[in-house]
Design a protein around this ligand. Structure first.
Ligand code: SAH
Ligand code: SF4
Length: 445
């Protein structure tokens, strides 16, 4: 092995996957690797996978295939594939057969064992370890890279909701909340290392604490985080509508640093489909939650996830989804075609929807939401918003970019030295997906 070993980590899927990928990178650095983004010179490549939809899996399989060519050029390269795709029941054997050039296979529950797996691979042993159950001790204090402006912090793992389309509870296990002290300590350490914005992560943050024997729900946890000196933006994801309490909305409204952005996945607008998805709320209940948010947090930005083409979805059901998009006024929506996940109840439901119908509905939904998103951004023009300056814009490297408390992305001209500080930005114009603004004052916090 060379002296200066480099690791490149690629994360697919949600923020939990990104967070796990960060843990794996950090463990690799303890094994002597330096983080890098250059695949061509890597000694170890880690792919942390997602299996929530077939399209994600296909993309990842393509990437694993590409790495075979890289390994042919550099036979010392070690390839590790980890996470949700590997954790699916029965998946490991199929994957190993398809990609024999992979050196390390690991599931979602044995992240902390990764150092040992690297050592084995360095001794030219192929390793494959998928645990059935999580390691609760290591989950309590996960490793993370320090010194970044923004960080993700797990507050709970797994999910108890079993939406009938979803593979997540099958690959992430039952819901496990971390102790509030461990979470707050982790956030404090991050802030001391320079972090200004933290996103609290859980498949359903709103049910945080229900499995703990102390009295601390998500609203209580947010309040504690809001008191940490130096932590200036607190975000959280994801909120299940069925568990979004008045207390939580009130806590966000009275908080100082809690950002007014709620990601509230609706999934579908028809009560019949919601029932068959096992979402445990109706469209009326969802709208009542939105009304409460609008009452207490009039400036809040609402985003959502929507699925089209769930088994049995009629044209009328689909129209109900469009109707909800018109009623709620989301600033942004992530829209998906239903994807069959083996082992979930919806995969064997009758009346699966043909691909061409799903594609047509998705296009209609995206067109509608694009109009609504544009309208949302247009309401922001002329007003001033607090923005954390993140760095050069990807699409426009001469300018800087950042996000509002509502999570809207904005591009503006500014001195690069403002990176990492809070500024007030007046929104000037919007087209395609972005807002453009000008700084009206800097260093506001
Ligand atoms: N725990 C979060 C995220 C779950 S996965 C939540 O409950 O919102 C992220 C999104 O992927 C889901 O909200 C859903 O919209 C989508 N999704 C999950 N399974 C899917 C499937 N089988 N087909 C299409 N979209 C799916
Ligand atoms: Fe999947 Fe539903 Fe759990 Fe979200 S709440 S992770 S969609 S089962």
């Amino acid at each position: 092995m060379p002296e200066n070993k480099k690791v490149v980590t690629l994360a697919y899927g949600c923020q939990m996957s990104e967070r796990d990928a960060d843990t794996l990178s950090e463990i690799s650095t303890q094994e002597g690797y330096t983080r890098s983004e250059d695949l061509a010179t890597a000694d170890l490549v880690i792919i942390n996978t997602c299996c929530v939809r077939e399209s994600a899996e296909n993309k990842i399989l393509g990437k694993i295939g590409e790495l075979k060519r890289l390994k042919e050029k550099n036979p010392n390269l070690k390839i590790a594939v980890s996470g949700c795709m590997v954790q699916q029941p029965g998946a490991l054997e199929r994957l190993q057969h398809r990609a024999p050039h992979v050196d390390i296979w690991a599931g979602t529950h044995n992240l902390q064992e990764f150092g040992r797996l690297i050592q084995k691979a360095e001794n030219d042993q192929k390793v494959a370890e998928v645990w059935e159950k999580p390691n609760m001790t290591s989950e309590a204090t996960p490793l993370a890279e320090k010194g970044k402006l923004k960080a993700n912090v797990n507050i709970s793992y797994g999910c108890n909701n079993f939406c009938t389309y979803c593979i997540v509870p099958h690959v992430r296990g039952r819901e496990r909340s971390r102790n509030p002290e461990d979470i707050i300590n982790e956030v404090q350490l991050l802030v001391e290392s320079g972090c200004k914005e933290v996103t609290l992560l859980g498949q359903n943050v709103n049910s945080y604490g229900q499995d703990l024997d102390i009295n601390c729900d998500f609203a209580d946890l947010l309040k504690k985080a809001d008191e940490i000196p130096g932590l200036l933006h607190i975000r959280f994801i994801t909120s299940h509508p069925k568990d979004l309490s008045d207390k939580l909305i009130e806590t966000i409204a009275s908080g100082k640093h809690i950002c007014e952005h709620i990601h509230l996945p609706l999934q579908a607008g028809s009560n019949e489909i919601l029932k068959r998805m096992n979402r445990k709320y109706t469209r009326e209940y969802y709208l009542s939650r939105v009304e409460k948010i609008r009452e207490l947090l009039p400036q809040a930005s609402l985003t959502t996830d929507l699925i089209v083409g769930f088994p049995g979805e009629t044209e009328e059901d689909f129209q109900q989804t469009l109707d909800m998009v018109n009623r709620v006024h989301y600033s942004q929506a992530f829209t998906f075609m239903y994807s069959k996940r083996s082992g979930t109840p919806a995969a064997v439901m009758p009346d699966q929807i043909p691909l061409d119908v799903k594609k047509h509905r998705l296009q209609q939904l995206m067109n509608l939401q694009n109009d609504r998103s544009l309208e949302w951004r247009q309401t922001m023009i002329g007003k001033v918003y607090e923005v954390l300056v993140e760095g050069p814009s990807k699409s426009n490297p001469n300018r800087l970019t950042g996000r509002t408390r509502g999570n809207e992305l904005v591009i503006f001209s500014a001195d690069p030295s403002l990176q990492g500080s809070f500024v007030n930005v007046r929104m000037l114009e919007t087209h395609s997906w972005t807002l453009f603004g000008e700084i009206v004052s800097s260093e506001i916090k």
